[in-house]
Design a protein around this ligand. Structure first.
Ligand code: SF4
Length: 358
């Protein structure tokens, strides 16, 4: 069991924080912005200790917050795991609503705070509970896998959750159990990319609720039409243009990108797997196809790597989480995640299953 409290940042003085920020963030944050960020980081870290809070930061957080305020950083799956291991009284989730909800489901007795009440997600809002119920009526007995990028009430209707890191393993597990069909929600591109990797068919239900699409006897993923509003912006032409200019570039893409973009890339994986690829591969240049703050965070961790980015593709939802909001969240204990008991109970099983499959 991890001892989170004892592993926290020591509270550095403002001057020392600023010195370290200049050292680490010189390439990615304008110097004029750093004194204010250093002051905010100092205040947040002090209050965090006083409140017995832990701050979890998704890989898409802005670099100063990511490196100087969070106790633990990672993708949805890693942060979900970490949220169950902390002995802190308060979890401040620097990410988006569905991530904080997952932490609340896993730690219902803890106070979970999300620093902004506007941190949604186009994937999570792309499917409603009634859509899932209708799919279950249309395809009785077919297991439902939902991407972790969904709200807790949708998870509560599901059999398994998954992340971009273990989606393929979860679907493969269900195929191995003898299921021919799997409902995979809500990201169309992640569904298509997963089907392609597993050599399975992919179908979408009709546009109207209840418009059932017939499915053959072959292994098939029944998907949904939601997309990540950031990753759908990347296109094949952009990748080809970069390759023309830098033929030696290694292209690393997130599987929420379209299958056509994934086909043009060299590596595809969750944000954690993307970071690992950059760290482990010896390439003259990398092109990252994901939210651009993550690119900044990788640059500051790996100053020796030459990184190209097609930015600025900043997630408007992740972007609502600022250092100012994080400080205010700790001061006012806002915004607290509250979920009905029955949703917590029913969402727990698919999330637990997700954590068990790698
Ligand atoms: S990057 Fe895409 S999937 Fe992630 S929170 Fe933003 S909209 Fe949702």
């Amino acid at each position: 069991m991890m001892k989170v409290l004892s592993e926290r940042h020591e509270v550095l003085s403002v001057d020392e924080t600023l010195r370290r920020m200049r050292e680490k963030l010189a390439k990615v944050v304008p110097d004029a912005e750093l004194p204010l960020k250093a002051e905010l980081a100092h205040k947040i870290n002090q209050l965090k200790l006083e409140r017995s809070a832990v701050i979890l930061g998704h890989n898409y957080m802005e670099p100063a917050l990511y490196h100087f305020v969070t106790d633990f950083r990672g993708d949805s799956l890693e942060l979900s795991r970490l949220s169950t291991e902390t002995d802190a009284d308060i979890i401040v989730f620097c990410g988006v609503q569905f991530m904080a909800e997952t932490a609340k489901v896993l730690s219902p007795d803890k106070m979970v705070l999300l620093p902004s009440d506007k941190a949604g997600c186009s994937l999570a809002s792309g499917i409603a509970v009634e859509d899932v119920r209708q799919l279950k009526r249309d395809y009785p007995g077919v297991p439902v896998v939902t991407y972790v990028n969904t709200y807790a009430e949708v998870k509560a209707e599901s059999d398994y959750c998954c992340t971009s890191g273990n989606g393929k393993a979860v679907v493969q597990y269900l195929f191995d159990q003898g299921h021919k069909h799997v409902i995979f929600l809500p990201d169309e591109y992640l569904g298509r990319n997963t089907a392609k990797e597993l050599g399975a068919n992919f179908v979408l239900p009709g546009f109207l609720r209840g418009q059932r699409t017939e499915v053959g006897p072959e292994r098939t993923i029944i998907g949904w039409r939601a997309r990540c509003e950031v990753h759908e912006l990347f296109n094949v032409e952009d990748v080809r243009n970069v390759r023309k200019q830098y033929p030696e570039v290694v292209v690393v893409a997130h599987p929420e990108c379209s299958p056509e973009v994934i086909a043009e890339s060299d590596v595809s994986g969750s944000t954690k797997q993307m970071i690992q690829a950059v760290q482990e591969m010896d390439a003259p240049k990398f092109l990252l196809l994901t939210e651009c703050s993550m690119g900044d965070n990788i640059v500051s961790e790996n100053p020796d790597k030459d990184m190209l980015r097609l930015c600025s593709f900043r997630c408007p939802h992740m972007n609502t989480i600022t250092m100012e909001d994080t400080l205010e969240a700790l001061e006012k204990l806002q915004y607290q995640i509250e979920l009905p008991d029955d949703i917590i109970e029913r969402a727990r099983l698919p999330i637990d299953r997700m954590l068990e499959i790698h």
